[in-house]
Design a protein around this ligand. Structure first.
Ligand code: PLP
Length: 414
């Protein structure tokens, strides 16, 4: 029956998987540490981490052990019962952050949804139901649900999915914080920002601007939401990126690195905000399930161990130094190097896909981003030798691209 229309020559054949991704024709069969291996056993040095997710590399022995042990105990109960792993993880995350309370999700977008619901609920409980709008920033990314694409407003995300929820006010990115204050109205509930913008092209918010945002929120009694789905969980050599500044948010979204590849997320909040989420106000079937919680706790064990972040800091310093040298050698290809910790970006003078494809051919996984940026998001457990290997491969890529650049001399001659 499915083929009943195949007499129509014009019919396009769709793949059984929705064609929403422009996929590279590589399938990773297995991975070990910082290396991935494809269907032909070709080896790749992974400086992408599945877009900032596998922060402890592939098949970390302790994570594999934890997951297999938990798998033979219990996978799923329901949030109608107590889940001890959830209580433990929440306590520990609270101890190490600004948060007093949190909700566990399965993904980043769900954590952001939870944050936005909380912001509205908070103002409702405080007799300000007119405060429902959220200020967001040009180029931001918060996920792919209807509300989170509306939060971004980027045409690439919202095109064809309208009408969009009219609940966001967009401010251009960053330098001029007076624009933010101008955007605040009596309907504003919150400001939401990525402390280091990921998809938008690795753009860190300075400590000064973090301070300004905090002060604005306090002055106008609105909430500050940090989306740390990409920049959180050790990526910037602190557990969360906001910890580089001397302020904290009211709500924070985590995901990606929090499960190091096991799907999970969390929405952290202060008591002031969290107490408005009363019984029955929110829920998730899988959020905070025992498998995810076992992994989440183990990831924290590893990251909170002595010296873990010192190592990340050292690697970051060395990698940046290497990248700056590369930039100085190839100024026609690399415009600048930016980022924090092991969340680094090369802003190119060309479009990233060529660079990413050449890196792949040389066995190096890197990820493109907006603003002509190639992201380097290596596992936090890389060692000096991996970094040297990556820098060698990046140099080969630059040398190849340079050869293909039009020769300015010969053009002038023509
Ligand atoms: C990836 C990402 C999300 C969305 O996470 P999903 O797990 O894909 O839903 C949200 N915010 C930021 C900053 C991200 O990088």
């Amino acid at each position: 029956m499915k083929n009943s229309r195949n007499d129509n020559q014009e019919e396009t054949i769709i793949s059984p998987v929705l064609p929403t991704y422009a996929r590279t024709d590589v399938a990773i069969e297995y991975g070990k540490g910082v290396y991935a291996y494809d269907q032909n056993d070709k080896e790749y040095l992974d400086f992408g981490c599945g877009i900032g997710v596998n922060n402890l590399g592939f098949c970390h022995p302790e994570l594999v052990k934890t997951l297999t042990e938990q798998a033979s105990k219990v996978w799923h109960t329901s949030n109608v019962y107590r889940i001890p792993g959830q209580e433990r993880l929440a306590e520990r995350l609270a101890e190490n952050t600004f948060a007093d309370t949190m909700f566990f999700t399965n993904s980043g977008a769900e954590a952001v949804e939870c944050a936005m619901k909380m912001a509205r609920r908070y103002h409702n409980e405080n007799e300000n139901p007119e405060r429902y709008r959220i200020i967001t920033f040009e180029g931001c990314f918060h996920g792919r649900t209807l509300a989170t694409i509306a939060a971004s407003g980027k045409e690439k995300l919202v095109g064809g999915f309208g009408p969009m929820m009219d609940a966001f006010d967009y401010v251009s990115f960053y330098r001029d914080m007076s624009k933010v204050e101008q955007a605040i109205t009596h309907e504003t509930a919150a400001i939401m920002i990525e402390p280091v913008m990921g998809e938008g092209g690795i753009k860190p918010v300075s400590s000064d601007n973090m301070r300004i945002l905090r002060d604005l929120c306090d002055k106008h009694d609105i909430l500050l939401i940090f989306d740390e789905v990409q920049c959180g969980m050790g990526r910037t050599e602190k557990l969360f990126a906001y910890q580089h500044s001397n302020i904290s948010p009211d709500i924070l979204c985590a995901a990606k690195g929090i499960g190091c590849g096991f799907p999970m997320g969390a929405c952290l909040a202060t008591e002031k905000v969290g107490r408005c989420m009363t019984k029955g106000s929110h829920g998730s079937t899988y959020g905070g399930n025992p498998m995810a919680m076992a992994i989440g706790n183990k990831v924290l064990d590893i990251m909170l161990a002595d010296g873990f972040f010192d190592h990340v800091e050292q690697m970051s310093y060395d990698l940046r130094k290497g990248l700056m040298t590369l930039r100085n050698k190839y100024p026609d290809i690399i415009d600048l190097v930016r980022g924090v910790g092991l969340m680094l970006g090369l802003k190119l003078k060309l479009e990233p896909p060529t660079f990413v494809a050449k890196a792949l051919a040389h066995g190096l996984l890197v990820v493109g981003a907006a603003d002509n940026v190639v992201r380097l998001l290596p596992p936090l457990v890389i060692e000096k030798k991996h970094m040297d290997e990556a820098l060698e491969k990046l140099e080969l890529v630059c040398a190849e691209i340079e050869k293909e650049l039009p020769d300015p001399q010969s053009e002038e001659d023509e």
